[in-house]
Write a protein that binds this ligand. Structure first.
Ligand SMILES: [Cu+2]
Length: 68
């Protein structure tokens, strides 16, 4: 099992949280997504090694930005 944490900018409410959660849940292998609106931290858990690019693409595709 692997876990990765992304800091996402632009999430302001539970609607944003749901959008990001469902987008990232759609990435192959992802088993759990935990979004902390206050900090912007998105914790992703996967059975397989996490495909960083796909997770980031899902987040940006939902309309949010990854803090770098
Ligand atoms: Cu929102």
């Amino acid at each position: 099992m692997s876990t990765a944490v992304y800091t996402v900018e632009g999430m302001t409410c539970s609607g944003c949280m749901n959008k990001v959660t469902s987008a990232v849940t759609g990435v192959a292998g992802i088993t759990d997504v935990d979004v902390d609106i206050a900090t912007g931290e998105v914790t992703v858990t996967s059975d397989a090694p996490i495909d960083d690019q796909q997770v980031q693409a899902a987040i940006t595709g939902a309309g949010y930005r990854i803090a770098s």
